[in-house]
Design a protein around this ligand. Structure first.
Ligand SMILES: Nc1nc2c(ncn2[C@@H]2O[C@H](COP(=O)(O)OP(=O)(O)O)[C@@H](O)[C@H]2O)c(=O)[nH]1
Ligand SMILES: [Mg+2]
Length: 249
């Protein structure tokens, strides 16, 4: 799956150098080079379309956030709660199949569409590009994309967003940022969700923050609970400030 979607080529080489050994067999070596060429071609095509998306977003003053996490970390609940404060945002939901999440967003009053990726494990720039002047119209100010739940592949595919938001929830443990470094390294904002469960899980905040800082020294970190809404105001402020920046430019 990952070979096909090109994730390896996009991943920051600094994190992966120690995994790439030179192979003794010539046959193996050629196979490796060919695979990497295909991966790079896929990503080059994606990057070109992502640039077109970004150009459209900037031309029409639309701020775009790409939310990436494991399945179940609380992305959709966070967006349902976000709608209470920012009812006019537009939301694209990515899932491999079905439309449970778009139905939840619509039931909360949000403007949304569901994109299904079927055989693929991430949204790509082409899927978003097809929505320009369709779901994504020039009049919208803020677009949030809930990517397919996956800590690896979505991080490699630029959609043209202005910021990548990684969500980590306390039941996932403290060490996921270093086990899945590419996403957490690339993220502009890291949300730690399900803070209400931290005491029950004996989740260690210092340990988790240390792991995050090992892979990302500068990302903003917001701790919250989408369920109790504690800390939600920081996230709403983050989105609102980004929105204001968009208007100034
Ligand atoms: N206790 C608790 N549960 C949460 C929180 N956020 C989400 N959940 C629950 O976690 C489950 C998965 O949430 P969902 O929004 O579907 O996650 P997604 O797959 O990332 O979109 C649901 O049962 C949510 O109600 C939170 O802050 N605290
Ligand atoms: Mg969801």
């Amino acid at each position: 799956m990952c070979r096909d979607c090109g994730c390896e080529a996009a991943n920051d080489k600094a994190f992966f150098n120690h995994h790439h050994h030179d192979h003794d067999h010539d046959h193996h070596h050629h196979h490796e080079i060919k695979t990497i060429d295909i991966e790079q071609a896929i990503l080059a095509k994606n990057d070109a379309l992502a640039e077109k998306n970004r150009e459209y977003f900037n031309r029409h003053n639309i701020k775009v956030f790409n939310i990436i996490s494991s399945p179940g970390s609380g992305k959709t609940l966070l967006l349902e709660k976000t709608l209470k404060h920012l009812p006019n945002i537009s939301i694209i939901i990515g899932d491999q199949e079905k439309d449970f999440d778009a139905k939840r967003i619509a039931a909360s009053g949000g403007r949304t569409i569901q994109l299904n990726t079927y055989s693929s494990c991430h949204l790509n720039a082409e899927m978003i590009n097809k929505e320009l002047d369709n779901f994504i119209t020039p009049d919208i100010d803020l677009l949030i994309i809930e990517n397919v739940g996956n800590l690896v592949c979505p991080a490699a595919f630029d959609l043209g967003e202005h910021a990548k938001v990684a969500v980590l929830s306390t039941p996932e443990g403290e060490e996921k940022p270093v086990k899945y470094p590419v996403l957490f390294h690339t993220a502009d904002l890291i949300i730690i969700n399900k803070m209400d469960l931290a005491p029950i899980l004996e989740w260690n905040q210092d340990k988790c923050l240390d792991y995050i800082r090992k892979v990302n020294a500068k990302a903003q970190i917001i701790k919250l609970s989408a369920k109790t809404e504690e800390g939600l105001d920081s996230w709403i402020n983050y989105l609102s400030n980004k929105n204001m920046e968009a208007r100034v430019h």
